[in-house]
Design a protein around this ligand. Structure first.
Ligand SMILES: Nc1ncnc2c1ncn2[C@@H]1O[C@H](COP(=O)(O)OP(=O)(O)OP(=O)(O)O)[C@@H](O)[C@H]1O
Length: 312
């Protein structure tokens, strides 16, 4: 049987359809599409016992198997800190449009970062980046680079105040070439280094996330140029008041002085502090507005989880 060839217009599954694995024979009721990317489609599904999960389907069996394996490894090594979605079934499916490959994982509930920051205020950028640093450090200790770190691969669980990562397709063991990346976040695309999987590759992507979050218009303008222009990026950041407190951290990464997540986190701390003060003022002026506790509690929980993992 031929393999399914994705098209941009028509997703593989429709709501109400049942996906049944060829080998494990487990069935999943499709409830809707969660997202589509270069490597596949992700669906909201329900198991026969009613449990809600996410199913990622792709025409590439090797990519699906590798992503599943990496998520399993992370899950085994980093219990309790939500490094990635929990993973379950791995199987093939026969469809009228050909054979496809899928794995099933925990459905991450959350809000994308741009609407979250619009609702809660851009000053939360530093708190979210702080949480991201904690996850990345944990992953680096396990010997992996995240690779495809980008705004679109992060969700905020507003109830628990936690940032969650999705799409582990770019996770690459240190020393190899990063296998999945997005140009804006890729230092090699900007002519600022190699595509070798190492800690500093993710740190560069963190800096580009900050630009994408604080100035999406600048991102669109620069990404539309036919040739990447890093000098123009640096000039724009130097001149744009939205980057005021961030300039030092960004310039430190771009000049090559900051190569580790630990150093980047140190540079973030004054911004996190300012963010907390901002929230305190808002809370005083408007007692019904109280997000600081939720988010800081979430960040603290992430940090405590990591500390326990290292010392216990
Ligand atoms: N476990 C999950 N729970 C909830 N939503 C998810 C989950 N996994 C993925 N998504 C959503 O589906 C989108 C696409 O998934 P994913 O990024 O894994 O696909 P991809 O083909 O690898 O994409 P890309 O081209 O961005 O690398 C994500 O941006 C996210 O919004």
């Amino acid at each position: 049987m031929a393999t399914w060839q994705p098209t941009s217009s028509k997703p593989l599954f429709c709501s109400g359809e049942v996906v049944r694995g060829v080998w494990n024979k487990r069935s999943y009721l499709v409830e809707g599409l969660l997202g589509r990317g270069a490597n596949g489609e992700v669906y909201r599904v329900r198991k026969t016992n009613g449990e809600r999960l996410a199913l990622k389907v792709s025409p590439q069996s090797s990519d699906i198997a590798l992503e599943h394996k990496i998520l399993q490894q992370l899950q085994g090594a980093a219990r309790g800190i939500d490094l990635g979605p929990l993973v379950f079934d791995l199987d093939d499916v026969s469809t009228p449009r050909g054979k496809a490959f899928f794995y099933v994982m925990e459905q991450v509930h959350g809000t994308a970062l741009p609407p979250f920051l619009k609702k809660r205020g851009r000053h939360w950028t530093s708190v979210l980046m702080l949480q991201l640093c904690t996850y990345l450090e944990q992953m680096h200790q396990l010997g992996f680079c995240f690779g495809d770190l980008k705004v679109e691969n992060c969700l905020v669980d507003e109830q628990r105040g936690r940032l969650r990562l999705v799409d582990f397709g770019g996770v690459t063991p240190f020393g190899r070439g990063v296998k999945e990346y997005t140009e804006w976040y890729d230092r090699a695309w900007w002519g600022q280094g190699s595509r070798r999987a190492e800690e500093s590759y993710d740190v560069f992507a963190l800096s580009m996330m900050v630009v994408a979050l604080l100035a999406p218009d600048l991102r669109h303008k620069l990404a539309a140029l036919t040739v990447p222009n890093f000098s123009l990026l640096m000039q724009s950041v130097a001149a744009d008041p939205r980057f005021g407190p961030w300039r030092k951290a960004l310039q430190s990464v771009w000049s090559g002085r900051t190569k580790t997540v630990a150093r980047f986190r140190e540079l973030l701390l004054p911004m996190v502090n300012a963010s907390v003060q901002h929230e305190k003022r808002e809370k005083r002026d408007n007692p019904s507005h109280d997000w600081s506790d939720v988010l800081l509690f979430g960040s603290a929980a992430v940090l405590i989880g990591v500390v326990c993992l290292i010392f216990l």
